[in-house]
Design a protein around this ligand. Structure first.
Ligand code: UD1
Ligand code: UDP
Length: 370
């Protein structure tokens, strides 16, 4: 850090789960005099209910740079972000790049930084599912391999990085920044009226989100899941916030009639963060394949059924309320929770709403020693 000079930092925002990781950090860095954060939105998610709604809920300004990359194949999306972001770095070269999570834009921007010799910090580093058929697992491994600074949300993440040969001095265990967003908006979340707008009784409904390719990209798998949801909705009302990827599959596979056959199953568009968290914290249980939702339910002590074989967030299972459930067991597990056979959980270490402050301290210390 050169005395008197301000350190510029690009915060990469791209897809829905990034916004609640970047927002607390943007606010914390904005309050510092030694640095200037700038938001770069790659445009990976672009519908207003997948992007603008979160900027508004989380108090984020318009992005300083918008790459407008949009959807495509993995190569199109990753390559498109790289080409567009490199141009931004040529005209507005930052001192640091912060990437979050595990989406295609995360690895794309990290690669650009590494090649231009701009140090990259990875927020939510070290998570591993062990399943390399997930595109996110490839993004996680590669981003961690080329980042200069690795901020981990849980101790298992430190262990994963050390096992991969990463030098311990690159790793800072800072905790889970998603919880900072919840803490920041807790009052608004509790005052929201999503439950009453959807005519639901608190504690007597389940929330559903699904978007993983393994669950929604194949007709028979998705049909079987939707049929089980329709059956479950006979004994507990369900709200299904349908992700655009899932909406596309439902339409393409002609599965809307399955949803229409179940009066207890309310399908809604993707919800804003405040509205969604209001539903989650009042639900009996959540059924999901989302990474972030596994963490939020653990923090709130809400039972979570995760429709996956693996999770890169094992503390949500070992410490929290999360359970990995196979497709064939889904209906019986929902029945069990409705009958009050629920897993109790605790909150993992450093999931306390103060992660952004620890990240700022970590970055400042690195800058000071540069
Ligand atoms: C992406 C991430 C995934 C993350 C998820 C969060 C990758 C490889 N995947 O998956 O890790 O869990 O975001 O939600 O980075 N679409 C729209 N409007 C939008 C965005 C997407 O209609 O605003 C539709 C398009 O048809 C698109 C499809 O959703 O082709 C998938 O979008 P994409 O960003 O490629 O992947 P996600 O499934 O959203
Ligand atoms: N979320 C939301 N509205 C919804 C569904 C999810 O605000 O309709 C929030 C959720 O609270 C969590 C984040 O989106 O903070 C998770 O994003 P997503 O499930 O898309 O991605 P993942 O975490 O699986 O990568």
């Amino acid at each position: 850090m050169v005395p008197g000079e301000v350190t510029t930092i690009h915060l990469i925002a791209a897809a829905r789960p990034n916004f609640m990781k970047i927002a607390p950090l943007y606010h914390a860095l904005s309050a510092e005099l030694w640095c200037e954060p700038r938001i770069v939105h790659t445009g990976q998610h672009y519908d207003s209910n997948m992007s603008d709604a979160f900027f508004s809920d989380l108090g984020l300004p318009h992005p300083h740079h918008h790459l407008g990359v949009g959807s495509g194949t993995h190569a199109e999306q990753t390559g498109g972000v790289m080409v567009a972001y490199e141009k931004v770095c040529f005209i507005d070269r930052p001192d640091w790049i912060v990437v979050a999570g595990d989406v295609n834009s995360t690895i794309a921007c990290a690669l650009v930084g590494a090649k231009l010799l701009i140090p990259v910090a990875h927020l939510e580093a070290g998570l591993r599912s062990g399943d390399r058929s997930m595109p996110e697992e490839i993004n996680r491994i590669l981003t961690d391999a080329i980042s200069a600074l690795l901020w981990t949300p849980s101790q298992d993440a430190n262990e994963n990085l050390i096992a991969e040969g990463v030098a311990a001095e690159k790793i800072d265990f800072v905790g889970n920044i998603m919880i900072d967003s919840y803490a920041m908006l807790k009052d608004k979340i509790q005052a929201a009226r999503t439950t009453s707008t959807l005519e639901l009784i608190p504690g007597e409904f389940g929330v559903v989100t699904l978007h993983r390719p393994s669950n929604v990209d194949h007709r028979e798998t998705l049909r079987s899941l939707l049929e089980q949801l329709a059956q479950a909705a006979r004994f507990i009302p369900l709200v299904f916030a349908v992700h655009p990827r899932t909406r596309k599959s439902i339409d393409e596979f002609g599965l809307q009639p399955v949803l229409d056959s179940a009066p207890g199953l309310k399908c809604v568009e993707p919800l804003g963060y405040v509205e969604f968290m209001n539903l989650v914290e009042r639900s009996r249980f959540v059924l999901t394949d989302s990474g972030g939702v596994q963490e939020e339910t653990t923090y709130l002590g809400i039972p979570c059924i995760t429709l996956r074989d693996t999770t890169e967030r094992p503390v949500t299972v070992t410490i929290g309320t999360n359970e990995l459930v196979r497709h064939e067991d889904l209906l019986s597990r929902i029945r069990g929770i409705v009958d009050h056979h629920m897993k109790q959980g605790a909150v993992p270490k450093l999931w306390d709403g103060n992660t952004a402050a620890r990240v700022v301290a970590s970055l400042r210390q690195r800058c000071a020693s540069q």
